[in-house]
Design a protein around this ligand. Structure first.
Ligand code: FES
Ligand SMILES: [Fe+2]
Length: 383
């Protein structure tokens, strides 16, 4: 997969339309149930783009690590004195998996459990028992296989693309747009991992429309009117928009009050809004006046997606006596579960032989644009 192909995928910009044309219908079932479609999306999106993998906070000190599974690969994400590093979890001796813990701290080096080949945190092979007896063997020829890793304001992205474009290319205007939230300063307050029996695209699509809010999320709709705010046109690598808090509501929490200070650096307008951005392929970034909610999606099958949801807060608020994120956690945990429920109902219905693509409304223009982008990824290959 060369850089040209990657750029081609990332350069697809499909503009939403004011009025949905007659052919503006949901995708055929195969896009949600056929493993061949799933594999193509994994290869062409998740295998080539930058994928949001976690936070620098989890690898603050050299040697701290965590694993992420992507396209069946278990990737080690760690830190050396030089910065965040990622490696395939594969020993260069006889291929053994090096690391089995989901997270932890390496004692300054990474040692294979089989014959004790040892790598430093920059991936260099520094110990290879008995190999000094082999005249043609040179340690420098066997570093750990790197996986590309870059950081955006505290978010770690990895890419299995051996020649990925700069992360900045994928993020386009987002770093400037979201700089006032100072996301790199925020710290994890709570994490819930959900196992959703639905295709990853249904979760992205559901995230990007709120026509379902009055029915599915009455509590959310009481705090933020479902038709408030506005969407940005779909970009090549992300889509999103904002919704406004209703008068008298300070944030999205169980009762709409905000027991925390607003994030420093926000304008008065941004303190009245929540921004919802799906950054393709796997990050859902929701910025509130006083906290950040991040979902990362990890598809495991056409009809199953692991969804890691994290609530991040300002460290000064977290240090306050009695800090309790429960108002925000409970609000979104309830809302999340309502969302996953309808995503699972969609998956089940789309899997039925009774399913036919259905018409979009004008207010589902982002979804129709997203579908056209997905169609482009599969173009020329049917099924
Ligand atoms: S397979 Fe890792 S040291 Fe032998
Ligand atoms: Fe929803």
């Amino acid at each position: 997969m060369d850089e040209g192909t990657t750029r081609k995928i990332m350069d697809i910009v499909v503009k939403p339309r004011d009025v949905i044309p007659e052919e503006g219908r949901t995708l055929p079932a195969a896009y949600y149930v056929d493993p061949r479609y799933f594999d193509r999306e994994m290869d062409r999106l998740f295998g080539r783009m930058w994928v949001a993998a976690g936070r620098t906070e989890a690898v603050e000190k050299p040697g701290q690590f965590f694993l992420r599974e992507l396209l069946g690969e278990r990737v080690i994400i760690t830190r050396s004195t030089g910065g965040v590093r990622a490696y395939y979890n594969v020993c260069r001796h006889r291929g053994t998996q090096l690391c089995t813990e989901a997270s932890g701290t390496f004692p300054g080096s990474i040692q294979c459990p089989y014959h004790a080949w040892t790598y430093d945190l920059d991936g260099r092979l520094v110990g290879a028992p008995h190999m000094d007896e082999v005249p043609h063997f040179r340690k420098e020829d066997y570093p750990l296989q790197p996986v590309a890793a870059e950081v955006w304001d505290g978010h770690i992205f990895i890419s299995l693309n051996p020649v990925p474009p700069a992360l900045q290319t994928q993020l386009a205007g987002l770093p400037g747009k979201f700089a006032p939230w100072r996301m790199g300063d925020l710290r994890l307050g709570h994490r819930i991992t959900y196992d959703v029996k639905a295709n990853w695209k249904l979760i992205v699509q559901n995230y990007n429309e709120c026509l379902h809010c009055p029915n599915v999320h009455p509590a959310l709709n009481r705090l933020s009117h479902y038709l408030s705010g506005e969407n940005e046109p779909l970009q090549g690598t992300y889509m999103g928009g904002r919704m406004d808090l209703r008068p008298g509501v300070d944030t999205l929490s169980m009762n709409g009050t905000c027991p925390r200070a607003f994030l420093p650096g926000l304008t008065p307008e941004d303190r009245r809004r929540v921004y919802y951005y799906a950054i393709f392929p796997n990050m859902l970034l929701s910025l509130h006046p006083d906290y950040m909610l991040v979902h990362t999606l990890w598809p495991v099958a056409p009809d199953r997606t692991i969804n890691i949801c994290e609530w991040h807060f300002h460290p000064e608020e977290m240090a306050r006596e009695g800090f309790d994120p429960q108002d925000a956690v409970e609000f979104w945990d309830t809302t999340n579960r309502q969302d996953w429920h309808v995503c699972e109902l969609s998956q089940a219905g789309i899997s039925s032989r009774g399913y036919r693509p259905g018409p979009y409304s004008n207010r589902e223009d982002l979804l129709y644009a997203f579908d056209r982008m997905i169609r482009n990824i599969h173009s020329g290959e049917h099924p």
